[in-house]
Write a protein of this length. Structure first.
Length: 484
């Protein structure tokens, strides 16, 4: 007699996955969940519903990344040091990360569509405040508000894709969603440069307003509203969850920029205390704000860990490679920026291939292949001589970008299908949590390496750590392929 399937040992309602098939993705549903009918599985996709969602995701990514190039201009006009100007970016990331899971819980009560519309309205308000800011605190406040709007969109984007796409084509939908995100990061330097060429930095934020206004009508009119639960939402768990997510980000930022270790330790203590109180308070809840019930699933936990490790790998590259290109390969800053664009370009090129494969090949295989390709690309970069020509660098950046696209979309699908349908919003938010936490840990690790070694040597060593983290992700991803 085969052993019984694993179930969650913590005091949350447990559900067990059915036996897995080697060639098909895993799928987990609670025992009493209604099964999709044949018509639902094969229903047509409404492009009037999905295109506004993808456009909202693109705006959220663009809103986050577009200000990076303008930091020198902003610091000069507002008379602030360059080290302080990074909070124009950090403020957005902090508020975005803190509210991902609380917003996902609210979407169960209010509907993912309403949260997406609210996110656009909040981005409009934050953009107006940023554009009118004449002092640095006002600008940071506007970026905090924009981050709230971005969290409303990003926390429910994958849930809306799952709601609109039939299950048989869910991998394709999530691959396109990842492609939109990659495209947003790829074009943000060009869009920012074009706006700064024509106007000053305030138009980087005014640009968002007509874009968001155009999306409000199709989102409100065509995207269906689905209420998952009408139960009352307790406010205290939302606050505790926000503290659990915000405290480690502040801790990583302080350590990465030479802050006091005592303050970083205090932030870690706050995170632990909030997590303890939160878990005790939500014991027995069917839908906890901090989705411990999902993390009890072996498949979901493995996919989340692969997501976390994958974005650590990405930031080992993205944060350190400008220093490597300028100090080791002796490229100019502008030249380096052009070379780096081949990473997101590779993700865009790999997107259509992944969209076709995601619904046919198991997520563990695709993610393992993608991270192995990323690690191989970084390893080749490490061994290149300093007089390497541009085509070789471009080819390796392109190769690593294609590999990263093979990791992102299938792993996102694995997280979504490993969660029951009524927990789609929380699963969607956990994708963004894994991404932001991985990026923060990766950036902090790069800072440690750069402080421990000279700039040239440290940037070069980050490629080695990127290889190690990528192949660690391969090992975790391969563990999903074992038969139960």
């Amino acid at each position: 007699m085969p052993p019984p399937p694993r179930t969650c040992r913590l005091p949350w309602p447990a559900f067990s996955p059915p036996a897995r098939n080697w060639r098909s993705p895993e799928r987990m549903q609670p025992p009493n969940a209604p099964r999709a009918t044949m018509a639902e599985e094969n229903r047509a996709i409404s492009y009037l519903q999905i295109i506004p969602v993808f456009c909202a995701v693109f705006l959220s990514v663009l809103d986050y990344a577009i200000a990076n190039i303008a930091l020198p201009q902003i610091s000069a006009e507002l008379a602030i040091p360059a080290s302080l100007s990074v909070w124009v970016v950090n403020a957005y990331q902090l508020s975005n990360a803190m509210l991902l899971l609380p917003v996902a819980r609210l979407s169960d009560r209010l509907g993912a569509k309403r949260l997406c519309v609210a996110g656009l309205l909040i981005i409009i308000a934050g953009s107006l405040l940023c554009a009118m800011a004449h002092t640095f605190p006002v600008l940071v406040a506007g970026r905090l508000i924009q981050g709230v709007g971005g969290s409303c969109i990003m926390s429910v984007s994958s849930a809306l894709v799952r709601q609109i796409y039939p299950h048989a084509r869910l991998g394709q939908g999530l691959a396109i969603n990842a492609l939109v995100i990659a495209f947003g990061f790829a074009v943000s330097p060009g869009v920012s440069s074009a706006i700064l060429y024509l106007a000053n930095w305030r138009w980087l934020f005014l640009f968002n307003i007509p874009y968001a206004l155009l999306l409000l009508f199709p989102l409100f009119r065509y995207v269906p509203l689905r209420i998952v639960s009408r139960a009352r939402v307790d406010g205290l768990p939302l606050v505790l969850t926000a503290c659990c997510l915000g405290a480690p980000l502040l801790s990583f930022d302080m350590l990465a920029h030479g802050g006091h270790a005592a303050l970083a330790g205090l932030a870690a203590v706050v995170m632990g205390a909030c997590a303890t109180v939160l878990i005790r308070r939500e014991r027995g809840s069917e839908a906890p704000v901090l989705p411990v019930d999902l993390l009890c699933s072996r498949d979901f936990l493995a996919a989340f860990m692969v997501c976390f490790i994958g974005y650590i790998t990405a930031n080992f590259f993205m944060v350190s490679i400008p220093f490597t290109l300028t100090t080791y390969f002796h490229r100019t800053v502008i030249h380096s920026g052009l070379l780096i664009t081949f990473w997101p370009l590779g993700m865009v090129m790999g997107g259509p291939l992944v969209a076709r494969a995601a619904d046919r090949v198991q997520a563990g295989l695709l993610s393992s292949f993608g991270l192995a390709l990323v690690g191989a690309g970084f390893l080749c970069l490490y061994f290149l001589p300093c007089n390497t020509a541009d085509p070789a660098l471009c080819a390796l950046f392109l190769m690593a970008g294609v590999g990263f696209s093979f990791f992102v979309s299938p792993n996102n699908k694995a997280m979504m299908v490993a969660a029951p349908l009524h927990r789609s919003a929380s699963a969607s938010a956990m994708i963004s949590v894994g991404r932001i936490m991985g990026q923060s840990v990766g950036a902090a690790c790069v800072a440690y390496v750069m402080q421990a070694y000279a700039t040239e040597r440290g940037g070069h060593l980050c490629l080695v750590f990127g290889v190690l983290s990528a192949w660690l992700g391969v090992l975790v991803s391969v563990s999903r392929l074992r038969r139960p």
